[in-house]
Every structure is written in structure tokens, then in C-alpha cells.
Design a protein around this ligand. Sequence first.
Ligand SMILES: Cc1cc2nc3c(=O)[nH]c(=O)nc-3n(C[C@H](O)[C@H](O)[C@H](O)COP(=O)(O)OP(=O)(O)OC[C@H]3O[C@@H](n4cnc5c(N)ncnc54)[C@H](O)[C@@H]3O)c2cc1C
Length: 597
Amino acid sequence: MGAYRAPLRDIEFLLQNVFQAEKIFSAMPETAEVTDDLSSAILEEAGKIAEQLLSPINQTGDQEACRLENGNVITPEGFKEAYAAYVEGGWPSLTGDVKYGGQGMPKVLSAMIEEMFFGANSSFCLYTILTTGATLTLSNHASEELKKAYLPKMLAGTWAGTMCLTEPHAGTDLGIINTKAVPNAAGSYDISGTKIFITAGDHDLAENIIHLVLAKLPDAPAGPRGISLFLVPKILVNDDGSLGGSNNVNTGSIEHKMGIKASATCVLNFENSQGLLVGELNSGLSNLFTMMNYERLSMGLQGNGLAESSYQLASDYAKERLQGRAATGPEFAGKPADPILVHPDVRRMLLTMRVNTLAGRALSLYSAFQLDIVRFHPDEAARKKASQLVSLLIPVQKAYCTDRGFESCVLGQQVLGGHGYIAEWGLEQNVRDARISQIYEGANGIQALDLMGRKTVRANGELLDILKEEIDEFMARHQDSADMKEGLLKLNAIVDELSVVTKDVISIAKENPNEIGAASYPYMELMGLTLFCFMWQRIIAAALEAKDENEGSDDYLDGLLNSGEFFMSRLLPKSRALVAEIRAGAGSLMAMTAQQF
Ligand SMILES: Cc1cc2nc3c(=O)[nH]c(=O)nc-3n(C[C@H](O)[C@H](O)[C@H](O)COP(=O)(O)OP(=O)(O)OC[C@H]3O[C@@H](n4cnc5c(N)ncnc54)[C@H](O)[C@@H]3O)c2cc1C
């Protein structure tokens, strides 16, 4: 299996040339010191961890997998050492609240680090992002007392975190969970119930695990409005911060699953475990939404990371593997055959991977910038606009980047032919590891429904209008560029198509509520394609500007322009099929009787 290489050149081009990160950060006092040089230095160090520490234990971790011994999860060989080095380097605290030991760095940087870690070793990365997510929830909703008691150790990586939502009968529909929280004389709550599929629910990497658990009080309102959030440590924490006894959180089993085998997916049984309320009673679900945008962004980054890793393996292979001759005559006459890179269809696969990975990374960065503006910007209007954009972008980033990520892994496998199906090359592991990103943190169908229902129909298209303002502003800035003219016309056309079809779905949904669910998936894909087109136009504009500044040809920039042309001419036209699918409506979906399935 080839070793993962941190794609620092691409990341820096996006940060510095496409998004002009330094300019955005300098407008916010708390991020003003995040210069391009500082970002590059941090990303370079993170890249070394991905390449030297995480990539080497990726395949062995998959083969060995986690195991349960006497109720405790044991991670594969090398994970403990890698986690210790990750902690030693101060990485868990990167974006955390400075008041509790965090470094207060922007999400934009940690997003790129997550992408690299996911690409190098998805299982390992999951242990880290769950803790980051839990600390974020506590920072936003816990009492000062809880923050002081738990955040410093979690931000130091000494204690890890989890999210315990899912139950055997309740996944998407959390309103029907059964886990109970009964108030006790000590002022805390006795938590009892079974949670399943809990990532990092138990492991041997940290001294303690802090579970964030959704549960209901006996007299809570029915449905999602009766859910509260509790902090439930695996090991009780004494008043002085030292560890006490067991809190009756038991790992019933770990799942044997398709991929991410070195990530422990646990069944957790809570038996009168001590729970401390986080935020207000019955506001558990809405509190979790703070974190949901970050967690969903991470899943999109998992898709991107594995797509990048697959692209690296497949493009290396395509340059080496000799099969057949170029249609125009031998290119390597002295060799028995030409490398498969000469074949247009192999190029189609590689370019599809390349352009979607780069656009996915750009969309992830665009979303992460909005999260940073919401967190750091001094101007309320700027924060509000960014928050609205986050609402619209995140479900698309999650679903579209994970779908494209999985597709890239499969395409990479195809480039290797039969060897792609064989374990030693690593592509089949990427396919297995990427698949879960389309399912957890809200299955992609649910992301599409969120986009179409809550973010579009219920918002009467207003969030899309905000995105359109951004796109219009970009187009106005580049309207005089002859090199951009054709691309901007195509961008304008797809935005128009999206706007018209949005209005039509909003209108038809008033007559038949099933039209929302029927339109949702192709609508999410159309929005994803539109955003990728916007990202590609931004990349092309930045590449042209950089070429002007360099006054000459540059192989890297020319490669970007060629890739952009491939996206615009060969992938963008898929929008027409999506529009037709949306317009086909709910009729054929709902006509079938249950018996006919
Ligand atoms: C490896 C792994 C790790 C996980 N990690 C965690 C974790 O750390 N913490 C945690 O709490 N959970 C975790 N999960 C659970 C995961 O988030 C859920 O599996 C996921 O949200 C889907 O829930 P479900 O499996 O119950 O599917 P269901 O909710 O039963 O859904 C089944 C299908 O029906 C569709 N569907 C459901 N309702 C609707 C609707 N209203 N409209 C349209 N379509 C609908 C879904 O899109 C899906 O395709 C993990 C799962 C796995 C496999």
C-alpha cells in the first residue's frame, strides 16, 4: 500500500489564493495573528503526523481491529503511541476555548488537519473528532462549574469524549429514545438505558471517557421536546479533579463492521450512572445542534480525505501500470506496453476524482470560514449572514462530499483493476472506510431532506438568496475577464436553473407534502453541483491571477486550469438530468403499493 502524502500545495493554494485567508482572519481580532506563515507551519506539522504516525498504522489497524477483553476495548497496536504523540503535540486543544486551555485557533485550520488525518487513518481520526465535538458542546452549553471541571482535561487529551444518541429502536428519530434520567438526592441524575453504535464508546487511549448522553426525564414531554443532555463520565470524577470509582457505564459489545475497524463502535449500557445536566432540561436536542454543524463538516472531510488518499494511490498506479497502447500509437515504444494513463477512460476516472476532491475541499473550507465568522466576527450582521450560510451549506457539504468521496474511492479501485480489489493495495480499505461517512451523523437522505424541507421550503428560499448574493458578487468582480467569460456564463446558467426549480418545488409542496421528500435527493445533488461549479470558478479565477503574477506558465497552475475545464465541460452538464429528476415529482414514487415492493 502506498503511503499517504499530505496535499499541502493544494491546501495552501485554496487558503491563500482562493480564499485569501489572511485577509479574513485579520478582520477578526481573535484570529488576527493567524497569518499565512503560521497556518502553513501548523499544517506542515500536522501533515507530518498524518504521513509519519497515522498512515503507517492504517492498514495494520484495519487488519487487527479493536477487540473487547473483559469489558474493555483494546485498540490495535500503535494506536496508543500515536495518540500519546498527538496529545504531546498539543493537537487536541487547537480550536478549544482559551479560557479552559484551548488555543482558540480557527476551524478552517482544524478542518484541513481533519481531512489529512482522515485520509491517512480514518479510524484514528474518529477518536480525536469525537472529543473535539464534545468539548465544543460543553463550551457552548455547560455551566461554568462543569466547564472548569471537565474542559481542561478534555482539551489536553487526557480525557476523551463521545456522543451517545442512538438506541436500538431510535436512530434518525431521536424523539422516541428510551434512556431515562431520574433526578436523585445528590442533585444529579441516575441515567439508565442502552445506547448502540457509539464511536469511541470505550478504548485504552485516554484515562477517562466523558459521554454526552441524550435521555428523558420520567415526566418529560413526548417527542424531541422532552430530550435532555447529560454528561456521564466513564469513571467518576472527585471534587478535586482526581478519578474516583466506576460509574456503571458498561461496554456490552463492539460491532463487527464493514470498515473503520480500528474505531471502536460500542454498545453501552448505563445502569443508574451519574449524569450531570448540560444546559437546560428538555433542550438537549437543540443544544446538540451547535455541535452537529461541526460534526457533519467532519464527515464531509472524511469523504474528502479518503478521496485524496485514493487519488494518490490510483494516479501513482496509472503512471506505472503498463497495459495496451495509446490509441494514437505507442508512447513508450521501448516498453512492452504504455502506462494506462494514456487511455482516455482512465483519465476520466482520475480527473473525476481530482476535480471532485479539490472542489469538495474548497466547499469544506468555504463552510469552515463561515463557522469561524460566526464564532469570531465582531460585526453582528456578518455573524448572522455566516450563520445562515452555514445552515444551507452544511447538509450539502456533508452529503455531497461523502457521496463524491465514496465514488472517488470506488473509481480509484477501478483504476487498479483486479488489484484494486486486493487488500494489500489499500483501495478496498478506503472503499470500506468511506462508506460509513454517507450513513452516520444523519444519513445522507436526511441531510437532503433537511436542505429541501427546513432550509429551503420552510425558509421560503431565503437562504439560497444569500448564497446567490455571494455568487453574484463573485461574478461581478470577474465579469471583465475574457478568460472567465464562458465559465461564468455556465455558472450563471446553473444558478438560474437552481433558482427556478427551487421556486417550483416550494410552490408544488403546498399542494402535496410528499413533493419535498421526492425532490430532496436530486435537489441536494443539484445544489452540490452548483456549489462545486462556484468553487471551480473561484479556483480558476485564482489560478489565472497567479499566472498573471508569475508572468508565465506554471505546471501546477496549468494543471488546475485543465482540471477546471474537465469539470465544466464533462461533469457540470449532469445538472440537466438532476433538474429533470426533480421535476418528475412524487407520482411514480408514491404510486407503488407496499405489496408491489
Ligand atoms: C459505525 C457507526 C458509528 C456510529 N457512531 C455513532 C455515535 O458515535 N453516536 C451515535 O449516537 N450514533 C452513532 N451512529 C449511529 C448513526 O448515526 C445512525 O446509524 C444513523 O443516524 C442512522 O440511524 P439508523 O441506523 O437508526 O437508521 P434509520 O433511522 O432506521 O434509517 C434507515 C433509513 O431510512 C431513512 N429514513 C429514516 N427516517 C426517514 C425520514 N423521516 N424521511 C426519509 N428517510 C428516512 C434513512 O435516511 C436511512 O436511509 C453510528 C453508526 C455506525 C454504523
